[in-house]
Design a protein around this ligand. Structure first.
Ligand code: GTP
Ligand code: SPV
Ligand code: MN
Length: 585
């Protein structure tokens, strides 16, 4: 559908309404074309919003420095605005729609004076897929437009999908004055609306991502019988050439992008990991009784620090053209730099705030600095990543960042027990959201900040989806982040995680030796292939053992967490809890 037609339907009416409210100088309907992208980028370069990087080593790559107080998601300013508080549940901030109108609507009055208003239609999901959904983001940030162009299928494609319909998520975004006191990220799941103001950063501002594809989509998925999850999707190919698809939920900055792009160690010839998605999965029960997943996104908004040719060679290979870097450091010759890139910091390095670095001082790149890269440029992108029917999921992995307690890997006894394992997840907080880092918090299914409704109902929905599957994926839990007493990682991680995937695949196929424990089935020492690894003495014992005393403490914490949900806690989960407590005795 041409934009001119869209301008006359329900979309045009909404844009007119927003224009009256926000008073922009100019309205730009984005088509998503390459010329348009170049023009927007060119303008940002002129205004200093983007800094071109070295044109030889990093063609068409730019650095953006965000406001120093706007560098990560802000969960305290994120709200679910359902009419009833109980529907948002105890783990979400809630604001009534009336209060939102009262407190937040006025912040939009005239907020785009002197600015351009961009209308950004976007499609979440592959072109031609019945699972794909349209959203339209209105924004006054050209940085948001440029990122949305990489992260989604933007412009004409989305309008074509929408047709003359009114079935799209309405996202209204403005930078406002960037004051954290006047920063709000509001979700109205009942009428598929998002209001975001006061932040230009990632998950706060690229509304297709966390706001639409998780918070609003999780609500819609519950109504329609599917799951919107904070999960990567990968295809694991064995030496026989067979590919099995795995979805994995880890909290923010806990290893999804890295696992999705894993390169197997040299000792594993014939093994290959294909990337389908690195952050979000929409999963539907198929008519064949299997669970089918699509990646709604078209790019990666990935964590820069820790990314190196050793840890993630696939990511490194896609980071040298057409990338927007946010809050990384830059070398004197215009190359991006961050902690863990595996290159010494050169003299003259400039930090994420544009200051000359003095060695050994603070971090040069912000710990939550990011790259925005097109999925197309990823060397491991799966041939099926845009398959309209999705890919069939054989295993689901939950995981957290836990220095203690959680072993390297275990398998749940059943779907219901797997839902309990997901609901009981906990992880150390990271720089992906503002606030303290390294504090263990409960983060069910890695969805604590992203579930758009009452998490008790969400678990109930997981149980009901499982009941509809004839071949439910097996559910596992992993932890790459166990440390020794002196703080060193016990497990090498990254490519070596293939060893764990290999055991998981053996379990999917019905072989693979297990040792039963109260928390689930662990691999036996023989079943986990550690050939060629030189683990520290005692490391494997620690990684593959279950400390009952520590788990009893865990159980108490889990109890406190579950108790908040009252009668919204599904009975089946309460039963799993009791059974677990009995096993731990
Ligand atoms: P979001 O984009 O915030 O959702 O993060 P993510 O889950 O995709 O995490 P990502 O893969 O970007 O990894 C986050 C950080 O953890 C990076 O600094 C990685 O280098 C590090 N990391 C990832 N995998 C491993 C691993 O297996 N072991 C260790 N020790 N660190 C890892
Ligand atoms: C996360 O925090 O889980 C991210 C980055 O993937 S953001 O887009 O900011 O949410
Ligand atoms: Mn994420």
């Amino acid at each position: 559908m041409p934009a001119t037609m869209a301008q006359q339907g329900p979309l045009g009416d909404w844009v007119d309404e927003v224009c009256r409210l926000t008073q922009p100088d100019k309205v730009v309907w984005c088509t998503g074309s390459e010329e348009e992208y170049q023009a927007i980028v060119g303008e940002m370069v002129r205004t200093g919003t983007l800094i071109p990087l070295n044109a030889d080593s990093h063609p068409a790559c730019y650095l953006h420095r965000s406001h120093h107080s706007d560098v990560a998601r802000t969960e305290q300013s994120t709200f679910i605005c359902t009419s009833r508080k109980e529907d948002a549940g105890p783990t979400n901030n809630w604001m009534s729609p009336a209060e939102a109108q009262e407190r937040v609507a006025k912040l939009y009055q005239g907020c785009m004076r002197g600015r351009k208003l961009y209308v950004v239609p976007y499609l979440m999901g592959p072109v031609g897929s019945s699972y794909s959904r349209v959203g339209v983001e209105i924004t006054d940030s050209p940085y948001v437009v440029a990122n949305m162009r990489i992260m989604t299928r933007m412009g004409k494609t989305a309008l074509d999908h929408l047709g003359s319909g009114a079935d799209f998520v309405k996202g209204l975004h403005s930078l406002g004055d960037l004051n954290p006191e006047r920063r709000f990220i509001l979700h109205f799941p009942e009428d598929h609306r998002i209001w975001s103001i006061g932040s230009g950063y990632g998950g706060n501002a690229l509304l297709g991502k966390k706001c639409h594809a998780l918070r609003i989509a999780s609500w819609v998925g519950r109504q329609e019988g599917w799951l919107a999850e904070h999960m990567l999707i990968l295809g694991l190919q064995d030496p026989a050439g067979e590919v099995h698809y795995i979805a994995a939920a880890f909290p923010s900055a806990c290893g999804k992008t890295n696992l999705a792009m894993l390169v197997p160690p040299a000792a594993f010839p014939g093994w290959k990991v294909w990337t389908v998605g690195d952050d979000i999965a929409w999963m539907h029960p198929g008519s064949d009784g299997r669970l089918w997943a699509i990646n709604p996104e078209a790019g990666f908004f990935g964590v820069a620090p820790g990314t190196s040719p050793k840890t993630n060679p696939n990511a490194m290979a896609m980071l040298n053209r057409g990338v927007i870097f946010t809050n990384v450091a830059v070398t004197p010759d215009g190359r991006p730099w961050w902690e863990g890139i595996d290159e010494p910091a050169p003299p003259g390095l400039v930090d994420w705030q544009g200051r000359l670095c003095s060695p050994g001082r603070e971090k040069s790149a912000h710990p939550n600095s990011r790259f925005t890269a097109s999925a197309r440029n990823c060397p491991s992108i799966s041939p099926s990543w845009e398959d309209p029917k999705g890919v069939p999921i054989s295993a689901i992995i939950f995981g957290g960042r836990r220095a203690r307690v959680a072993p390297l890997v275990y398998e749940s006894f059943s779907w219901a027990h797997g839902v309990f394992v997901g609901a009981g997840m906990a992880s150390e907080t990271t720089a992906a959201a503002t606030g303290a880092v390294g504090v263990v918090r409960r983060d069910p299914m890695a969805m604590l900040p992203f579930c758009g409704y009452n998490m008790g109902d969400y678990w109930g929905h997981w149980l009901s989806v499982g009941a509809r599957l004839k071949q439910p994926p097996k559910i596992f839990h992993v932890n790459w982040f166990r440390t020794s007493a002196d703080g060193k990682y016990l497990w090498p991680g990254y490519g070596e995680n293939l060893r764990v995937l290999q055991w998981i695949l053996s379990r999917v196929k019905g072989s693979g030796k297990t040792a039963e424990s109260p928390i689930g089935l662990l691999p036996t020492r023989e079943a986990l292939n550690v050939d060629g690894l030189k683990p520290a003495p005692g490391a494997l014992d620690a990684l593959l053992s279950v400390d009952r005393v520590a788990w009893q403490q865990e159980l108490k914490d889990q109890r406190k967490f579950f108790d908040q949900f009252g009668d919204r806690l599904p009975r089946a989960l309460a039963k799993e809890y009791e059974a677990f407590a009995a096993r731990l005795q």
